[in-house]
Ligand binder design. Structure first.
Ligand SMILES: NC(=O)C1=CN([C@@H]2O[C@H](COP(=O)(O)OP(=O)(O)OC[C@H]3O[C@@H](n4cnc5c(N)ncnc54)[C@H](OP(=O)(O)O)[C@@H]3O)[C@@H](O)[C@H]2O)C=CC1
Ligand SMILES: O=C1OC[C@@H](O)[C@H](O)[C@H]1O
Length: 424
């Protein structure tokens, strides 16, 4: 127990602060970052350290002093005065875009048009109109097309891929996803609460819920219903959802519920007194999948049914911690007694996967790799035209993702996030 805790802490420390630094190869891809964004170190700069084919070469920020300070802190050799200057830099191969959602479209188009590969933060853009325009750009169908990826990092981690091997999407009956963040984590002037910048909880933490549900059913919903939301407090953008709840119907008859709260409060004893206390409950993004009950065996006088429930704890950041709990419930019914239940037995398994199983071709990784590091591996593999792990987020998938977000906002009675002026 003690050994395993020390091992976990060591893995975590290596992941976050101290990955081994790789010697860069002469053909390493040179990345430039648009904006000194908070997420850039975690999502790209730290993961790049251990990748011998990735070099973080340049940064641009709206304020040159901020860019210089960021460059100094993260040892980035080149600072550009503007985002446009960075994109025009012939020394840069790839652009990472961690800008507010509402600016993703404009800058992704500019970067791709300059022939750069683009790693684009999630959600890819503001709405499905932008997504169709971006991901169906004719330049992306050319033989020498640049790579464009919506950075749904969690899908690249072995834990998510292991989870997906545990069931057939056709058998999924219900999915419940909770993405909740304690109130106060993001200040009220954060980009997440700015409608013009395409904010809202569904666009933020909620985009994972939508992505996860689509991935679990391997299908698009036939409808969305029962959408409720909590707007921002008075004085803030009322078009921005602070929390949102929705139910989706899927073609196999299954349903999914998402529950997203970016300012979670309450849930304590004496609710009247504590309802405004920040809530740490559900702080680990969690999802529960229930599969349809299936007849597994039939003997003289008895039928046995199996029913599986799978819970994934911390599905968004499995590198910090995760656990996949699989409960298989066996129910034995007496067919001579009108199917009376005579026995119910639960079998529980707890699974985890920080690395790919040994010996699988193209699948590289280390226990301490974060979701972002696994994602970077595949991004580079695509650029270098190698097969890699086979995990990817296709452009058409990113379009469907935005269609589901749009449909949810429509059902909520909220406006779609605004389309960029740069989309003619
Ligand atoms: N993959 C993940 O785990 C995560 C992804 N994200 C995504 O990354 C993106 C950025 O999020 P985050 O890093 O938290 O955001 P920040 O606010 O920290 O960074 C956004 C950057 O955008 C730039 N910017 C340009 N124009 C504006 C503007 N008008 N207003 C505000 N900022 C502007 C700023 O750059 P400058 O330095 O030039 O001023 C700023 O540094 C979002 O799309 C978000 O959804 C966020 C967190 C986690
Ligand atoms: O991973 C994440 O966690 C917190 C969110 O607000 C953020 O945007 C998201 O990507």
């Amino acid at each position: 127990m003690m050994f395993s805790t020390i091992h976990s802490l060591k893995r975590l420390y290596t992941t976050i602060f101290d990955p081994p630094v790789a010697v860069k190869s002469s053909d390493a891809l040179r990345f430039g970052i648009l904006g000194a964004a908070s997420i850039a170190p975690q999502a790209l700069i730290v993961p790049a350290k251990s990748h011998h084919e990735v070099f973080i070469a340049a940064i641009a920020a709206r304020d040159i002093k901020k860019a210089e300070a960021f460059a100094k802190k993260h040892c980035i050799p080149t600072v550009h005065k503007t985002y446009d200057d960075l994109i025009a830099d012939p020394q840069i191969d790839c652009i990472y875009i961690p800008l507010p959602n509402g600016l993703h479209y404009e800058w992704a188009v500019k970067a791709l048009s300059a022939g750069k590969h683009v790693l684009l933060e999630k959600p890819s853009v503001s709405n499905a109109t932008e997504a169709k325009s971006l991901f169906r750009k004719p330049l992306l169908s050319r033989p020498d097309a640049p790579v464009l990826l919506e950075a749904f990092h969690y899908t690249f981690h072995p834990a998510w891929q292991l989870f997906k091997t545990l069931f057939d999407p056709q058998d999924v009956e219900t999915v419940d996803v909770i993405n909740s963040l304690v109130a106060g984590f993001f200040p009220l002037d954060d980009i997440r609460w700015n409608y013009k910048l395409s904010g809202g909880s569904l666009m933020d933490f909620g985009s994972y819920s939508v992505s996860a549900v689509r991935s679990i059913f391997a299908a698009e919903p036939t409808g969305v219903r029962d959408v409720t939301y909590r707007p921002m407090p008075a004085g803030f953008d009322q078009e921005c959802d602070q929390a949102i709840y929705a139910t989706y119907d899927f073609p196999n008859g299954g349903t999914a519920k998402i529950s997203v709260d970016l300012q979670a409060r309450g849930g304590y004893w004496f609710p009247a007194l504590t309802k405004n206390w920040p809530s740490f409950a559900n702080s680990l993004p969690t999802l529960t999948v229930k599969l349809r009950s299936k007849k597994a065996d039939s003997q003289e006088g008895y039928d046995m049914y199996l029913h599986k429930t799978i819970v994934v704890h911390c599905y968004v950041g499995p590198h910090f911690y995760h656990r996949i709990d699989v409960t298989t419930t066996a129910t034995i019914k007496d067919t001579y007694l009108a199917n009376k239940i005579v026995k119910v037995e639960d079998k529980k398994e707890h699974l985890k996967a920080y690395k790919w199983p040994a010996g699988e071709e193209g699948k590289k990784g280390e226990e301490w790799w974060s979701t972002y590091r696994y994602q970077l591996e595949e991004f580079v593999n695509r650029v270098k035209k190698r097969d890699g792990s086979g995990v990817w987020v296709e452009g058409e998938d990113s379009i469907k993702q935005m269609e589901m977000i749009d449909a949810t906002y429509v059902e909520a009675g909220l406006p779609l996030r605004p389309t960029s002026d740069t989309l003619g």
